[in-house]
Design a protein around this ligand. Structure first.
Ligand SMILES: [Zn+2]
Length: 131
């Protein structure tokens, strides 16, 4: 079910979750629903969320080529199962949200060494850009 967002002059926001042909949504869209605070009518707010695109690449974490978040999660699950079977210790690898400041790297320490090692083993083309 989609979510529709409306706002009035006092910036009070109202979200309604309904089908596109819901009568309540029609009232909001027609400007017939008024704010309890400022008595102005609600107007529709259009917003969207952009999904990030994962390009096909060799992922060191899972040791294979991945091209989507779903494929990456599947690969992490396979890796978790393999490590759990090998060690007898339950593993559940999860993707990291790099936008989370708690897990984002604080420096680029080790980046150049990792890049140089990847070039030396032929996994990565040497680039002019110095990391
Ligand atoms: Zn208002």
């Amino acid at each position: 079910m989609p979510t529709y967002e409306y706002r009035c002059n006092c910036t009070r926001r109202r979200e309604i979750v309904c089908s596109a042909d819901d009568p309540t949504k029609a009232l909001y869209d027609a400007g017939r629903m008024t704010c309890e605070t400022c008595a102005e009518t609600y107007t529709r707010v259009f917003s969207f969320r952009a999904a990030s695109v994962m390009h096909s690449h060799f992922n060191d974490s899972v040791g294979e080529e991945v091209s989507s978040m779903a494929g990456f999660k599947d690969a992490l699950k396979r890796k978790s199962d393999a490590v759990t079977a090998r060690t007898g210790i339950p593993h559940d690898f999860q993707p990291i949200d790099w936008h989370d400041p708690a897990v984002a790297p604080k420096s680029d320490a080790g980046m150049k060494e990792t890049h140089d090692r990847a070039v030396a083993t032929g996994r990565v083309e040497p680039s002019k850009k110095i990391l």
